[in-house]
Design a protein around this ligand. Structure first.
Ligand code: OAA
Ligand code: MG
Length: 551
């Protein structure tokens, strides 16, 4: 039904222009302008999408800082979402570091400063008891993928409170860009349970709930209410946990993984990405992981998740769990993790060295440091998930280089100001011998270094989960996703571990297929008549303009 007209201009016309999913800006055709009453609301010239892309990228490139570019892109996303995704698809490798790591980190820190328009859902603690009512009132009936954070551990930047919303928005943008999930079927959510960041609490611009973090039973009950509301409102949706602080990340994953299709990207997505990088690097270095040690520096949720997935891989190659465990050396801020000595969490206990074996290693009653561990274990692989800037210094890299022809060095912490080392330093200190992957985009002397980031994994996991209708997301899905990613040999010469980010859409399709096959094998998912490939291709939403009045 048409709305009544005001002053000859349709209010439905205004509604179309202000709906980011239906707006086409200057690309509305003459026929559409006639039919929808858009004349007068748009300048005369009718653009093509191609013309719009060229104009937008030129404007974007004229900004001098990544943060200004980020704000420009978010504005485009909030006004013309189709064009935003078309621009992203055309210039993916250039724009990815802006909509995502590392610029999204700054955007979270400065979220309140640039806040303009609502996107996603802010479920604040004072709304306790009303969460289902709020979800039920939304028009979005077909949500397929939800990304939720409570903002407590945003990248390596700590507690950003409500500013953490930048992360679910960024991750879901990549679900659409890489995995073709319809943006209308994605839902970014911030659980605003307060912040312990005093600067934010004191900042008059802060848009979040001004309260210290709610913890313990009250926090758990709030999250429980949230999960139950999600299950009731969107029973088939995939729920991705993102950037929760370590203990909550582990607990919530354990509590909910069997109740609904859900995973923690920082634990499982990061682990699969790191495993894929290690498998690809193993091939490049010509080594056999079974014979070599691995050091994981930073035994938080991500580091422990990586260690677990590597253990699984070693066991699948025939080692006993005990033998596999002997290959892993997890080092945290108090040195090498040793049973009964410096283990804090249950996840750490599962990967710590047995006390007896470690005794001989103890120097002056202290667990060995990172460098002592490297000298002793002579690992082939060094992974950083500590968030400690420059922890991989010259002596560390030199030690790795002394013990290996091709040391494999993966400083994964994000953003760059939290990275254990820069690619350039690792290259210099290893005399160009290291095989390198970094969490944020970076460059070495011979071009872009592989970005070992979960963006290579989560879009494909999500697409596979949605297409297969999997009711649980299993460890086997991540292991297969990692193998699939590692098998995609880059076209480029040199030491690249994964194809460049330009290929993220094809990669998501390949991983989705691997996930569907696991769902079929392990969970009894039934392939559609045309096969999984067709179902995956058919699910893809493309950033092309559609008729704004059809449903
Ligand atoms: O967002 C990223 O770049 C990777 C990630 O999940 C994190 O660091 O928490
Ligand atoms: Mg994360």
């Amino acid at each position: 039904m048409k709305q009544p007209r005001q002053n000859g201009i349709g209010s439905d016309a205004k509604a179309i222009l202000s709906d980011p999913l239906r707006n086409k800006g200057t690309a509305f055709t003459e026929e559409e302008r006639d039919r929808l009453g858009l004349h007068g609301l748009l300048p005369n010239h009718v653009s093509t999408m191609d013309g719009q892309i060229k104009r937008r990228i030129a404007v974007l490139r004229a900004f001098s800082t990544p943060f200004e570019k980020y704000a420009f892109l978010r504005d485009l996303q909030d006004t013309n979402e189709t064009l935003f995704y078309a621009l992203l698809a055309r210039h993916r490798s250039e724009l990815l570091p802006l909509v995502y790591t590392p610029t999204v980190g700054e955007a979270c820190v400065r979220f309140s400063e640039i806040y303009r328009r609502a996107r996603g859902l802010f479920l604040s603690y004072p709304l306790k008891g009303r969460l289902f009512e709020i979800l039920a009132a939304l028009p979005n009936d077909d949500v397929e993928v939800i990304c939720v954070t409570d903002g407590e551990r945003i990248l390596g930047l700590g507690d950003q409170g409500a500013g953490g919303m930048g992360i679910p928005i960024g991750k879901l943008s990549l679900y659409t860009d890489c995995a073709g999930i319809d943006p209308a079927r994605t839902m970014p959510i911030l659980l605003d349970t307060g912040t312990d960041n005093e600067e934010l609490l004191d900042n008059p611009l802060y848009v979040g709930w001004r309260h210290h973090r709610v913890r313990g039973a009250e926090y758990d009950a709030f999250v429980e209410e949230f999960v139950e509301a999600v299950r009731k409102r969107w029973p088939r949706a995939l729920l991705q946990w993102e950037d929760f602080a370590g203990p909550n990340a582990v607990t919530l994953l354990g509590r909910y993984r069997c109740r609904l299709p859900t995973f923690n990207d920082d634990i499982q997505g990061t682990a699969a990405t790191a495993l894929a990088a290690i498998l690809a690097a193993e091939r490049l270095a010509g080594i056999d992981l079974i014979e070599r040690n691995i050091v994981v520096f930073g035994a938080g949720a991500a580091g422990c998740g990586i260690a677990e997935l590597i253990l699984g891989e070693l066991v699948s190659r025939g080692l006993t769990r005990e033998a596999a465990l002997a290959r892993i050396h997890a080092v945290d801020r108090d040195g090498l993790l040793i049973e009964h000595v410096n283990v804090v969490t249950a996840s750490q206990a599962r990967i710590a060295r047995p006390h007896t074996e470690a005794d001989a290693w103890l120097t002056q009653q202290q667990a060995p440091s990172l460098i002592e561990t490297i000298e002793r274990a002579r690992p082939a692989v060094l992974i950083g998930t500590s968030g400690q800037f420059e922890a991989f210094d010259k002596p560390v890299i030199e030690a790795m280089t002394r013990h290996n022809d091709r040391p494999i060095i993966l400083p994964l912490s994000n953003p760059a100001i939290r990275a254990e080392a820069s690619a350039a330093d690792v290259q210099t200190w290893s005399n160009g011998r290291a095989i390198i992957g970094t969490g944020s985009p970076s460059h070495g002397s011979n071009g872009a270094v592989t970005q070992v980031n979960n963006v290579y994994i989560f879009p494909g996991i999500g697409l596979g989960a949605v297409v297969s209708g999997a009711e649980t997301i299993t460890e086997a899905m991540f292991a297969e996703a990692a193998k699939c990613l590692a098998s995609l040999v880059p076209d480029e010469d040199g030491d690249r571990l994964f194809p460049s980010t330009d290929h993220l859409a094809e990669i998501a399709d390949s991983i989705a297929l691997a996930v569907c096959r696991v769902a079929e094998r392990d969970l009894g998912a039934i392939p559609p008549a045309g096969g999984w490939e067709d179902a995956i291709a058919g699910h893809r939403w493309a950033p092309v303009y559609r008729d704004p009045v059809s449903p």
